[in-house]
Design a protein. Sequence first.
Length: 403
Amino acid sequence: MIKNITFLMLFAMIFSCGKEMRFPKTGAWRATLDLGKNKSLPFLLEYKKDNTLVIFNAEEEIEVDDITIEGDSITIQMPVFEGVFKGVFTEEHISGDFIKESLNRVVPFKMDFGNATRFTVEVASTMTVNGNWEMLFSQDSVEDSYIAKGVFSEKDGIVSGTIRTTTGDYRYLEGVLDGTTLKLSTFDGAHAFLFEAEVKDSTLQGVFYSGNHWQEPFIGKRNKDYELPEADSLTFLKEGYERFEFSFPDTEGNLVSLGDEQFKDKVILVQIMGTWCPNCLDETKFYSKYYDENKNDALEIVGLAFEYAPTKEKAVASINRLIEGAEVPYPILLAQFGTSSKIKANEKLPMLNHVLSYPTTIYIDKKGTVRKIHTGFNGPATGEKYDEFVTEFEGFVKQLLEE
């Protein structure tokens, strides 16, 4: 029996050595997601010799190293997030579907070798979008309308920047001005965003596409002095509540509460977040770096994850993937699974006037008093606003620790 097994193993090795595996060509590739109705969302990537790739959005580079090839089939698993590309390939072409299983979302895609142009410019533009823009999304809907601030710059014909809202930013946007049309896109493995707008001297009017499942109109006007409401004024403890409290399980199933000994007489940052949320990932990376570089026994950070994964097991797997992928040194608890609804989140945290945004951070001092609640997160794509946040954060945490 042992001889037969050895022979079969040797035969398999000889046979496999005789078949040379094929891979996509190394170098520049252009990908497009099919949004339907003749709309496509482009992004750029580089396929590398070690069977990894890098996705580019303006200054952002996303390294992807979980790529599986079997025959002419290819699976590209995005880091941290559950989104995955599944398709077939030749050396110069890949096509298939981008899938987010928990949300039952499927977007057709194709990738082509040798093209490093995100958007093609058909008509040279005499317009400019440099500067700050006061923006309004879903302007005709009282229920869905929200304000935003666009911050754009132009260099060598490329437009880059971001759009900030009261709950966070749309991360690294990159595109062009094609005649009078502004085109911007980004893809980060969780969100696929496309913005198209007609530009006049001081106004924008266009449509925002989120994958192939959502679109909404927006307008904008130049306003160099425009600013959004302060992020520390939007969420607060309701009247009648003096403390912020929770009791949720960690990934091992152990209940963790603010009354536990590990939090006694310490400064605590409670991060309301989701593993599916790119702004939350930006914030988690910042908190993890700060926590590691500023070791202090009087400081604790704890994440409360509100997950849309349909089962507890899948939600826990998502949390563990984030902890591993982002090297998170603090606990992340499972607050909710099956939906990321903010209404449901409010039911879990009834002491808050509302959960307006993922992420939201509650700052609690050593006496257990809520000192500040910060809604949203201005990530590194926001430039100066991110730098302002870092300075303010470090100063305020230092103050709480010294009290």
